[in-house]
Every structure is written in C-alpha cells, then in structure tokens.
Design a protein around this ligand. Structure first.
Ligand code: FE2
Length: 207
C-alpha cells in the first residue's frame, strides 16, 4: 500500500531569508504540509488500497477512477501534498533570477518577454480571492505554456495540465512576515524561484 511521507526540503528553513522567513517555512512544512500528508494517507486508506496503485498526480488526473466517497478528500489532501512538494522544489537560496533556453523562448512567444510574464503572473496571484495557487502550467491539449489559478488545494493535474511552477497564496504561506500585504510576498518570492528546476521540468515534458 502506498503511504506518502513528508518530503525533505532541499535547503534549510532559514535559507530563503529574507524573502521567506524561517518561522513561516517551519510551520508551513512541518505543520501544514504534514497535515496534507496525513490527510492523504487517511483518505487513501478509506477508499482501499486497490484504488490507488499510481502516484498521486495520476490519481488527481483521473479522480473519477476512485470511489466517489473519497474524491473530495483526495482532491484536497492529494492536491495539498503534491502542490507543496513542488513548491519546495521550485524555490532555492541560489536563484539565478531568470530562466534560460527553451523556457525563456516560450516566455517570449506566449508573454512577449520574461518581465511581462512575471507581471501577468503576479497580477493573477494577487487577485486570487481567498486561498489558492497561481501556476505556470503546460497545456497538453494546445501544446503551450499558460498561467492559471486554482482555488484551495486544487491541483493543475485535475485539469489535465502539468504544473511547472506554483505559488502558494494561502495566508499560511506569508502572513507571519507580510500580514495582509500579499503583493509584497509575491514580489519577494521571485527572488527565490529555482529556474533551473522549472526549466528541467519543462524540458523533460512527456510530449
Ligand atoms: Fe501552503
């Protein structure tokens, strides 16, 4: 039976300072992410092990394949688990500030340039009402990158879109340091984006 575990961070809790503070990182990872891990394991137990032979992103891509009684919980906790797993990986204390290569070319094609992509992404992230995520995704249907937002812990996988980069705008991600100033958090976050990682995800897309 698949049991999910809290993934280790690829850096220390204090290494994203001053952009993301140590206390927020600790609580976000040890408490919030752990709660999604626990909720996911419990939800999967409740629908039976035979229903979840695949990794969570595959389950989210085809939620209807699991018993209806478990779909809502697995959408929430599974999304929460996978969204945060990716969130940690797409941040780094050693950000190079901008993408290169194929991803940079795609920003030029679909958003005119990288700076404009950041502007549009930031605006959409700031405008999310309540809790949710802003994403750079790959749209497999149209073979292109795009920006989307999702409410709560909804994952792009449930929309059959592949997440490349996601920004958590739940208040738990920023309130200790930034209080109600979400725009300041979004602006600071760009300083810790791991473009090497995002670029690799983009380059290795199964298309
Ligand atoms: Fe979060």
């Amino acid at each position: 039976m698949v049991r999910y575990e809290l993934p280790k961070l690829p850096y220390d809790y204090d290494q994203l300072e001053p952009f993301i503070d140590t206390e927020t990182m600790k609580i976000h990872h040890q408490k919030h992410h752990q709660a999604y891990v626990d909720g996911l394991n419990k939800s999967l137990e409740q629908v039976g092990s035979a229903s979840h032979p695949q990794y969570i992103s595959s389950i989210l891509s085809n939620l209807k394949s699991i018993p209806e009684s478990g779909q809502s919980a697995i959408n929430f906790f599974g999304g929460g688990f996978e969204n945060h797993r990716l969130f940690w990986e797409t941040m780094t204390p050693n950000s190079d500030g901008k993408p290169e290569g194929k991803l940079e070319d795609s920003f030029d094609v679909y958003f005119d340039n990288f700076e404009n992509f950041k502007k549009v992404f930031s605006e959409k992230a700031i405008a999310i009402q309540g809790s949710g995520w802003c994403w750079l995704v790959f749209n497999q249907t149209y073979n292109k990158i795009e920006i989307i937002t999702t409410p709560n812990q909804d994952s792009p996988w449930i929309l059959q879109k592949i997440p490349l980069l996601g920004l958590d705008v739940w208040e738990h991600a920023y309130y200790l340091k930034y209080q109600n100033k979400r725009p300041d958090y979004v602006k600071a976050w760009w300083n810790v984006v791991n473009w090497d990682y995002v670029e690799n995800r983009f380059t290795e897309l199964p298309v």
